[in-house]
Design a protein around this ligand. Structure first.
Ligand SMILES: C[S@@+](CC[C@H](N)C(=O)[O-])C[C@H]1O[C@@H](n2cnc3c(N)ncnc32)[C@H](O)[C@@H]1O
Length: 364
């Protein structure tokens, strides 16, 4: 849990400020820290560490000092606590102040009581939603709002990833924290290409969703000069625009020269002449179709200088060597030179399929 670290003598003043600003986690206590400091537990909505309101005091991650019940099920009505423990969902997902839970079997009947207990236990949560699976072409979650803390009946919220805020709406656009370590690897690969080219880069992400690949790239001074991002889902593009505007405003070296947030089918980007040959880096995250879409995306890459593709796909585990060869052949057939392709499993998907990340370095 995030804590504000303050000198012990200032604890009461900072507690009062955090309480009156609704930033204080009331179910967790003040933590004693080394060197005569105290940690004040902060809600998710509290401004980030760089905000002037903290007067330079740092934020640290520390385990909360629990007060009261340790698990939400202990807050269920007494009669329900008699039911077998396996009645209750054992897992849930949190995005910002939205909690998403699958209510299966007997739990479905007790949705209201579950939501009430969870809201009481988890002070950072505003709304509890039942997860009814995925729906529609954009495979967004079908969420049923069970209960809200403050009457606001929506699921738009902000998550913090690698210290940066990202607007998301789990009922309207795809977002998952599962690829957050991959986004760090993208940063490293982009940094390496930046060193090789000795100039800021242009990044194309035609399946950007709400844009989680970008905050790390925007935040690094001098790393990128352009962002060509898009999605076919108009709701995702609305959030993407909001996010880009926010990340732009936080850049220490001023806004980027070239920014596009495009609502279109990625396969049609290459019909727009102004998008051709612009990108130094291409991100391809449409896991069921990434490799199949790749040929249509190659015209977006800059010619005559080293470029980078990073992508993610769901593939048959026993055909990964073939996939690597096919990627190499595709680039070779497009007259690419100095081709280096790496494709490797990053996690399982089913008994025969796995989730892979691939990276291609080459010059067109
Ligand atoms: C797996 S999500 C990845 C989103 C984002 N890159 C991320 O990592 O969170 C795939 C995204 O591609 C979008 N999409 C699906 N088909 C598309 C297409 N033909 N052109 C552009 N976007 C598409 C979906 O709406 C979805 O937001």
């Amino acid at each position: 849990m995030r804590h504000l670290r303050v000198p012990s003598a200032e604890t009461q003043d900072w507690l009062a400020l955090c309480r009156s600003s609704h930033w204080l986690v009331t179910t967790s206590g003040v933590v004693r820290l080394d060197g005569g400091f105290r940690g004040i537990p902060l809600m998710e909505n509290a401004p980030d560490e760089t905000d002037a309101c903290w007067k330079g005091h740092v934020h640290i991650e520390s385990e909360g000092k629990g007060k009261g019940p340790v698990h939400w099920t202990e807050r269920l009505p007494e009669a329900l606590q008699e039911l077998p423990p396996e009645t209750w969902p054992s897992a849930y997902e949190i995005q910002g102040d939205v909690l998403i839970v699958k209510l299966e079997g007997a739990a479905a009947v007790y949705g209201e009581s579950i939501a009430e207990a969870m809201l009481e236990q988890l002070p950072n949560i505003r709304v509890i939603c039942a997860d009814e699976g995925v729906k529609g072409d954009f495979r967004v979650r079908d969420l049923d709002i069970i209960k809200t803390r403050d009457g606001t009946e929506h699921t738009r919220t902000r998550v913090r990833e690698h210290g940066h805020f990202v607007w998301v709406d789990p009922a309207k656009a795809y977002f998952s924290t599962r690829l957050s370590s991959e986004r760090e690897k993208t940063l490293t690969s982009v940094q390496n290409l930046r060193i090789r080219l000795d100039r800021p880069l242009v990044i194309a992400d035609p399946y950007a969703g709400v844009g989680p690949a970008f905050p790390l790239l925007f935040a690094e001074p001098g790393l990128i000069e352009g962002c060509l991002a898009g999605d076919l889902n108009p709701d995702a593009v609305d959030l993407l625009r909001l996010n880009i505007e926010y990340w732009q405003s936080r850049r220490s070296d001023g806004p980027l020269n070239q920014v596009e947030a495009i609502c279109a089918d990625a396969l049609q980007w290459s019909d727009t002449p102004s998008l051709l040959g612009q990108a130094d880096v291409l991100l391809v995250n449409l896991p069921h179709n990434s490799l199949e879409h790749l040929p249509d995306l190659l015209p977006l890459l800059r010619r005559g200088e080293p470029v980078l593709i990073r992508g993610w796909a769901i593939r048959e585990r026993e055909h990964l060597a073939e996939d690597t060869d096919n990627l190499q052949r595709l680039l070779y057939d497009h007259d690419a030179k100095d081709i280096v392709v790496d494709l490797a499993e990053i996690k399982g998907f089913s008994t025969s399929k796995c989730f892979v990340a691939f990276e291609c370095n080459f010059t067109l």
